[in-house]
Design a protein around this ligand. Structure first.
Ligand SMILES: [Zn+2]
Length: 321
């Protein structure tokens, strides 16, 4: 059953907003590819290679069964209704995702039938959050975009969204402080609770009131859209309706999304003069409910909130369940 009727509204904004979502979904890939070059500094970026670059790399946990176990436990903890039965089976750590067994498979998270083909896929990266690199390190990410095929099996199974139609049919209409969007039902109770807390905080914090009043409740703000990164089969979390964008009506010259920035300001310090920033309390409320904020990424996206409890758990950030 399709629960939304004003599909034209959403379809129109899928098109107009496509650029952001298309490029935004490349973030995780950038991080993955970049980390591949860290050990041994074998890349052409030898001079810039900095082993202390604060990005958690899947490679660092290669062969470390305890670290791999910890990642699967973070999924079980973060998605208690969907992920269970973390077990060591057939010489690998495994977990059930909506009843389907996934193997760690050298960080690729693959189902039984393709686990032996793990080399065909890129590993997931459980990166440091918040990212704490320097402006120069940020520029390295931005200057070295690399695209490659990765696996989407895990999140497609987790969100019962193997294809666009299935995903679309699952989505529910939602109004977040007046911003219309489509979201996955799994995050609805989280957003309900986030809204309650933001409204409560707004009673005593005028900066939150101001932020709410300035939110763009029209065209550009968005939740679900089905997008794949060119040349890959990897999806943005917007494809599952588990990421939302919140923009002000007027950016007043401030930056928000790294792809919209000019070359000269990619390394700009993240402050409220240069960037559009939601109030810190709002960011904290989102994080407590399992959402990461794009402003804490190496590739800045300050309008973006994404449901990734496993990332927060692995970075020892407390969340509510
Ligand atoms: Zn976004």
């Amino acid at each position: 059953m399709i629960k939304h009727t004003d599909t034209d509204y959403f379809q129109a904004h899928r098109r107009t907003y496509g650029l952001h979502l298309y490029t935004g979904s490349a973030l995780v890939l950038f991080l993955i590819i970049f980390t591949l070059f860290l050990p041994g500094c074998r890349s052409v970026r030898e001079a810039e290679c900095d082993p202390s670059l604060p990005v958690a790399s899947t490679l660092k946990i290669a062969g470390d069964l305890d670290a791999q176990h910890k990642i699967l436990l973070a999924f079980a903890q973060g998605y208690p209704g969907n992920v269970s039965n973390v077990e060591f089976l057939n010489n690998d750590w495994t977990m059930l995702v909506n009843g389907k067994r996934f193997y760690y498979a050298n960080g690729r998270f693959l189902p039984e039938e393709i686990r032996v083909q793990w080399e065909n896929y890129l590993p997931y990266d459980f990166y440091a959050y918040p990212w704490k690199g320097t402006a120069a390190q940020r520029k390295i990410f931005i200057d070295n975009p690399v695209y490659a095929a990765g696996s989407s099996f895990l999140f497609e199974t987790l969100y019962s969204s193997p294809a666009e139609d299935e995903s679309w049919n699952l989505q529910e209409k939602y109004s977040f402080l007046g911003v219309k969007m489509l979201i996955h039902p799994l995050i609805k109770p989280k957003l309900d609770s986030i809204l309650t807390q933001i409204r409560a905080a707004a009673r005593t914090d005028s900066s939150i009131n101001r932020w709410i009043a300035e939110l763009h409740t029209g065209a550009p703000s968005f939740g679900w859209t089905w997008r794949v990164i060119a040349g890959t089969n990897r999806r943005s979390n917007h494809s599952y309706g588990t990421a939302i964008d919140l923009l002000p009506r007027d950016l007043k010259g401030r930056l928000t999304y790294w792809r919209w920035n000019s070359d000269t300001n990619v390394g700009a310090e993240i402050d409220s003069k240069t960037y559009y920033l939601p109030p810190e309390t709002v960011i904290k409320i989102f994080e407590e409910h399992g959402f990461i904020w794009g402003g804490n990424w190496a590739l800045i996206d300050t309008m973006h909130f994404e449901y990734r409890p496993e990332i927060l758990i692995l970075n020892d950030i407390k969340i509510k369940y």
